[in-house]
Design a protein around this ligand. Sequence first.
Ligand SMILES: C[S@@+](CC[C@H](N)C(=O)[O-])C[C@H]1O[C@@H](n2cnc3c(N)ncnc32)[C@H](O)[C@@H]1O
Ligand code: SF4
Length: 457
Amino acid sequence: MSTAISKKELIALLEKYDVPCPRYTSYPTVPYWDTEPTTEQWLETLHRTFQQEQTPFGIYIHIPFCETLCTYCGCNNTITKDHGKELPYVDLLVKEWQMYIDAVPEFRKAPLKQIHLGGGTPTFLDADNLKRLLTPIMESAEIAADDFEGSIEIDPRTTKPGQLEALRELGFQRVSLGVQDFDEKVQHMVRRYQPYDLTKEMTDKARALGYESVNFDLIYGLPGQTIASIEQTAKYTIELMPDRIALYSLAVVPWIKPAQRSFQDEDLPKSHEKRALYERARELLLQAGYIEIGMDHFALESDALNTSFKDGTLHRNFMGYTDQRTDVLIGLGVSSISESPYCFHQNEKVLPVYERRVENGELPTHRGHLLNEEDRFYRQQILKYMTQFDVELHDEEQKNSVETFLDSMIADGLVEIDGMHLKLTQKGRPFLRNACMALDQRLRKGNPEEQVFSQSI
Ligand SMILES: C[S@@+](CC[C@H](N)C(=O)[O-])C[C@H]1O[C@@H](n2cnc3c(N)ncnc32)[C@H](O)[C@@H]1O
Ligand code: SF4
């Protein structure tokens, strides 16, 4: 089938398929979690996993604090300039981890493959507090010999002396810079002022310190973005040549994030205008030698994300695409999500509630989902499709059902059924999430009652 597509056709397709749609960083997706585990059940799934094999694991640590609010932000954050909050929060994170290793002593022996600090803004913590947080956690675990990956999301505007040095000393090799857009007008509209020189300074500094991989987070669909502005953002990005780029679609969820109501509707590019921003940035990044990975990532040929994409080991979890596959991921901190092969588990989402529970010596379970066998099967199918764009359907019944659900996408040449395989065509790349819905048994049994998903485009 030809992959050539006219602009007019693309616009029509983007309008046709721009519907509310999950991002598939988990399956079942969060609105369909309906078998809440108790803390004991969650811990039992960890025991069960470690009994079966010596599973490597990862830790995600959420630092919710940000000094100022970027109005587009969809993350769980607490806006404050009070750095007195650092120390008590760090001590609670260490306490939470201690509760895990007391309850599941296997954590002391299993290889710790990954620590990721995310937020909010992890660079809200000063160098001493970063060490105070990470040292006891790393000392309590068996760091995976050759392939431990330590990574942190940094906000160049609040990165302070000594932080990147401290993390390098602890063996961290990856930094991800929040950039979003280099254009001053766009920055003004989203209340995030970040001069190019500052981003350059942080990038150069990370490289000089020996960080192996520098990532930039960019967003398309922000208010005020135009083709000319995204070209300039892509051009500046290419000048600095990060190893990886995440080019996220702006998730517009004003019912969860009221600050997004400050945007005027007419300032937000939608549907085909929004996708055109991605396509233009993509074109420039590919010309500069980047490879498109998954649905919103780019990497230099030499980067591990590209290698894992090529050899079929690319993984996807709550943090998005990653080359590090760990079946057990422990989320520490307010709102963090953990996973095992049998269970999802989310911590309390409200900071004072999280604090109170950990102070009382409780693991701060807020909600979660115990996966049944069917969930586990479709979870693997969806993971495969989101990372490889090709999945084997398990029987004629699923094939017929997928074919019926996707009849219009098949007719439009966006997906193909080839024998027992569901494949995404090149033309179908913008519609990966839409196609994935055909594999999502829970969604197909019924839509959630409230508005929960952002648009697919
Ligand atoms: C926790 S922030 C990164 C670290 C730091 N807080 C900063 O902004 O520099 C994680 C990333 O999520 C992305 N993000 C935030 N809100 C988003 C939204 N509404 N839609 C899509 N991506 C979003 C941004 O690209 C951001 O860099
Ligand atoms: S984008 Fe980053 S700095 Fe801005 S509010 Fe969100 S988490 Fe905080």
